[in-house]
Design a protein around this ligand. Structure first.
Ligand SMILES: Nc1ncnc2c1ncn2[C@@H]1O[C@H](COP(=O)(O)OP(=O)(O)OP(=O)(O)O)[C@@H](O)[C@H]1O
Ligand SMILES: [Mg+2]
Length: 485
């Protein structure tokens, strides 16, 4: 009896405001999924909706069982009837309230037709496939990258891979310039097409690939990752040397004087200056190892900061991973972010991509230089947008980047999270995304994700498409776990 009742629950939806709906459905052959697309049909009108919550509901009812042969009397009993219920958003269709519309899963063709009807005036970035509408491409609105974007997922969830997909598609479909702070040398092959890439995409990518310039310490000539101390702002110089302008005023002044010269002398030339504060400064440089940094390029023209502002460089990949020390990585990150910030009045749109942001600009910086990088990232997050400075930061845990960077992000790209605590943190920071969709991230598989915000006004669950270019530092294959013969 219970089974019959549960199987006969009709799939019906009701909306009292024409924007959201509530529904019920039988648990048997349940096809509705959180984030999935549905068609609501009633009174000859069809609407397209998206399921946002799905839960098990139950009600208790009293049944009267009939008298049976053999003198068994009529019997009353309590029966628990279980069914699925939840809520959703109406994406398209008559905005009037309705009651008892039949709800069913939308076909791929119906979702595709809706996407075509809601065509946007800006370029679409084909990031992959909608996870719950087979065969339907997931298109991000390229214009949405004029907001800051937060990409989050546990280690190994595919952040770097998916970030690569986003960057490739931006390079193909738009003219937006990119600068990539790449702490793990993961994007050093962003200009190299894979042998197994989709031929049509690979062909289109060739043009974009020519605009990708990778700056590494080991490269020769123009592409050598280098900096000149004189082009770094005073605050970053002081942080590098752990100088306090008040406590260490003599050394600080000696440094300023040294750098103010038209052709700043080499560090070795400092030895000629016998004043005590200069000697102390020289010792400080030496003790901190700053005089041995590989990024310095005395006598060489140009630097990575020129590349960041060179309009002919479409995408500058700054291979922080090629630098031998944490200090040098922090210095280059702070110098690049600081320089972008200082020259913001140029109003030249650029997407500043920071992979492993919890190392580049963490909530709790380990030293003054990292604090400078975090400080510039925070300033860009707060005020960069109106100057065309857009951030795309990627990290494993939302708590590990400054709250002010997170709170300024209007776009979310979420991959698998390993705890509901992280999901709850993301929910609080991205209140415009239905919490139930964010919670799903704990069951995402590798390559599955959620995009929401200006890049996807209707939050979408997706499966990221294949990379066109080679990955730089793919995971080490577990050959050591091959079964022994
Ligand atoms: N959508 C995908 N399709 C195929 N392979 C993928 C996909 N996403 C990730 N991978 C593979 O999974 C591995 C881990 O991915 P990736 O390095 O992007 O993860 P991550 O989140 O950046 O990890 P980490 O936090 O350690 O940097 C890589 O070898 C990558 O090639
Ligand atoms: Mg990564």
């Amino acid at each position: 009896m219970r089974r019959t009742l549960e199987a006969s629950v009709r799939p019906l939806a009701t909306s009292v405001d024409g924007r959201r709906f509530s529904y019920q459905a039988s648990l048997y052959d349940l096809e509705l999924r959180i984030g999935g697309y549905v068609v609501l049909e009633g009174d000859g009108i069809a609407r397209l909706g998206q399921v946002l919550t799905l839960k098990l509901d139950k009600l208790s009812t009293e049944l009267t069982l009939p008298a049976r042969a053999g003198g068994l009397p009529e019997n009353r009993t309590q029966v628990q009837v279980r069914y699925a219920g939840g809520e959703g958003a109406i994406l398209e269709g008559d905005p009037a309230p309705f009651h008892d519309a039949l709800i069913r899963v939308a076909t791929g063709a119906e979702v595709q037709a809706w996407l075509q009807r809601s065509g946007r005036p800006y370029a679409n970035l084909p990031l992959g496939e909608l996870a719950l509408a087979a065969g339907v491409p997931c298109l991000a609105d390229a214009s949405g990258f004029d907001r800051h974007t937060f990409l989050c997922g546990q280690s190994g969830s595919g952040k770097t891979y998916s970030l690569g997909v986003i960057l490739e598609r931006l390079l193909i479909e738009t003219d937006l310039r990119l600068v990539v702070l790449d702490p793990n040398s993961d994007f050093v092959r962003l200009g190299q097409v894979r042998a197994d890439a989709d031929p049509a995409l690979a062909e289109r990518y060739q043009e974009a690939a020519r605009g990708v310039a990778v700056y590494s310490v080991g490269a020769r000539g123009e592409r050598r990752l280098r900096l000149h101390v004189a082009e770094i702002d005073p605050a970053t110089q002081a942080a590098l040397l752990r100088l306090d302008p008040i406590d260490d005023r003599e050394e600080y002044a000696a440094l300023a004087e040294f750098l103010a010269k038209e052709n700043p002398p080499s560090i070795a030339a400092l030895a000629q200056d016998k004043r005590p504060e200069t000697s102390r400064l020289r010792l400080r440089l030496h003790n901190l190892g700053v005089d041995r940094f590989t990024v310095w390029a005395p006598g060489e023209a140009g630097s990575v900061l020129d590349a960041v502002h060179d309009q002919s460089v479409r995408c500058a990949v700054i291979d922080l991973g090629s630098l031998p020390t944490r200090e040098e990585q922090a210095l280059v990150a702070a110098a690049v972010l600081g320089d972008l910030w200082r020259r913001r009045q140029e109003r030249s749109p650029i997407l500043i991509v920071i992979d492993e942001a919890h190392n580049v600009c963490p909530t709790e910086p380990g030293d003054q230089l990292i604090a400078m990088a975090a400080d510039y990232a925070t300033r860009i997050a707060a005020e960069g947008r109106k100057f065309g400075l857009y951030l795309l930061v990627s990290t494993q845990r939302p708590q590990k980047i400054p709250a002010n960077v997170l709170s300024q992000a209007d776009n979310l790209v979420l991959l698998r999270l390993n705890s509901l605590a992280d999901a709850a943190f993301a929910e609080a920071a991205f209140s415009f995304v239905p919490p139930s969709l964010i919670e799903r991230s704990v069951i995402f598989r590798q390559g599955e994700g959620l995009i929401a915000g200006k890049i996807s006004p209707q939050p979408a669950l997706l499966r990221f498409g294949a990379r066109i270019t080679q990955e730089g530092g793919a995971d080490v294959p577990p050959t050591w776990a091959t079964p022994a013969d």
